[in-house]
Structure formats: C-alpha cells, structure tokens
Design a protein around this ligand. Structure first.
Ligand code: SF4
Length: 264
C-alpha cells in the first residue's frame, strides 16, 4: 500500500505516462502508482485509515483501481469511479459494493461472468469478452469527481481504449458522467461523434464511424447500477441485464445464460 508520507505527483503524470505504456498489463500497473489528484489521494487513504466497521480487518487497497477483464474484449463497460469501501478496499473495480453485486450478477446471468459474486481479488471471477473500466480511477468523496479530476485521469482511459481498439466493438456506458467523460476520449481516438451530440439515456444507442478505416464503434447508454438507482428501481436487475445483453449482441458475443436462468 502507498504510504501517506508519499507526495502527490504533478497533474500531468497520466498524460506523460499513459502514451508510453505498451500493454494493458503495463497500463494497469502504471495506473496503480498514480497520485496526480491531491484531493482523491487524500480521500482514498483516509477511507483506508478510518474504514467501515464491517471491514475493520481489511487492509484496504487505497490506490487507483485499474480496469478488469481481458485485453481482447469486444465489449467494454465504463462506469464512474471506485467506491471508497468497495473497489478502494478490494483493489478490483465494482468489487465489494452493492453496485458491483448488481453488475456482476447481471453479467453472470447473461453468461459474461464466471460467477455472480465479486468479493475480492482472487475470488476466481473471470469475465468473458468484457472489460470493465472507469473514467476516474480513484474513489471520490460522495462519488463525485470534479471535472478537473476527470480531465486529469482521462489519459488513462484514452490509452486503455486505444489498447482495446483492435477487438473493441461496443461500449456500454453506465451513467451520464461516463457518457460525458467518453466523448473527448473517443474523439481523440479518431471516432466521429454524430452531431447534434448524442444525449445520454437508458437504452440510447449511437454508432461512431472511424474515418481512418477502423471499425465503427457502438455506444449503448444505461443507468448506473448505483445503490440509489437500484433501491428506487430506477434501474431493475432486468433492465440492467437487457442493456448489457444488447451490448453483448452488438459485440457478437455468444449468448450463454447459466443453467439456473436469470434471477429477478
Ligand atoms: S483519479 Fe486518476 S489521475 Fe487522479 S490520482 Fe487517481 S488515477 Fe491518478
């Protein structure tokens, strides 16, 4: 774990470092060393120091949380940021919090995950054809990164999508924050965004052309499986499954629901 005595880095650390890494493995390792956002570095380490009572025996990860899933995934899922006592504790994105419980259960139900639960790194979870990532890799207070923090973190996501690009066909975008954050990233990567700007919504779909002869990219919007959205039933497990299944279909991933059928 990083010591709180370490200083933060200059805000351009991601912009200087991300373009130089040559693989997702290197990228994930580089992300985990990032200390470019002073407020988020302080918050992630404070959460690890104070802890939640239920997790007092845990040694929190307390670092940036990289993406998770294979490097040749045709489907990417982009969320918001790690939770202070979820990914920031376990070191794996969407792992150990209610959002992750909902997301991985849905992925399992549609055959894209090896198990319905995600509790810790090393719990055996595998993803099939799916890579999950976030535009902000450190847990923010109140789950609200600033636009400055989002922009500082952007080069990590830009490089991740670049490395995924040979196989990437579809991005399922969970929430309006990720939808906004992706726009400049996709434009920088050469994909053409339609005008007028596509508006986020659950089930919104956009096809982005790649004028360089690259493969077009589908974007599918979906509500974020936050505890709030799930408890108010703004997003139900069936809605989440449907939007993920739509992404998987566009990515031409095989349908292979597990034997028990979806849970409600
Ligand atoms: S949010 Fe991103 S840029 Fe900021 S410290 Fe974390 S990994 Fe680095």
């Amino acid at each position: 774990m990083c010591s709180s005595r370490q200083t933060t880095q200059k805000p351009d650390f991601p912009a200087r470092t991300a373009p130089r890494v040559g693989s997702l493995r290197e990228l994930d390792a580089a992300i985990a060393t990032c200390r470019a956002c002073p407020r988020l570095v302080a918050w992630r380490e404070e959460a690890a120091r104070v802890k939640r009572r239920a997790f007092r025996d845990w040694e929190y990860w307390a670092r940036p949380v990289p993406g998770f899933g294979p490097s040749d995934a045709p489907l990417a899922i982009v969320g918001l940021a790690p939770a202070a006592h979820g990914g920031n504790r376990t070191g794996r994105i969407f792992t150990g919090d209610p959002s992750g419980d909902a997301l991985y259960a849905a992925l399992y139900d549609i055959g894209l995950a090896s198990q319905p639960t995600a509790t810790h790194r090393g719990d055996g979870l595998e993803l099939y054809g799916v890579r999950i990532t976030v535009p902000v890799h450190c847990a923010p207070p109140d789950n609200r990164p600033t636009t400055g923090e989002r922009d500082t973190c952007r080069p990590w996501l830009a490089r991740e999508l670049e490395l995924l690009r040979p196989a990437l066909r579809v991005i399922v975008v969970l929430g309006a924050f990720a939808w906004q954050a992706l726009r400049p990233v996709l434009a920088e990567a050469g994909w053409q965004l339609p005008r007028p700007r596509p508006v986020f919504g659950h089930g919104a779909e956009v096809l982005l052309a790649h004028p360089g002869g690259g493969r077009p990219l589908h974007m599918v919007g979906g509500y974020h499986p936050s505890q709030r959205n799930m408890s108010t039933r703004t997003l139900t497990p069936a809605m989440l499954r449907d939007v993920l299944r739509r992404g998987a279909d566009l990515a031409e991933l095989p349908a292979r629901p597990h034997h028990g059928g979806p849970r409600c």
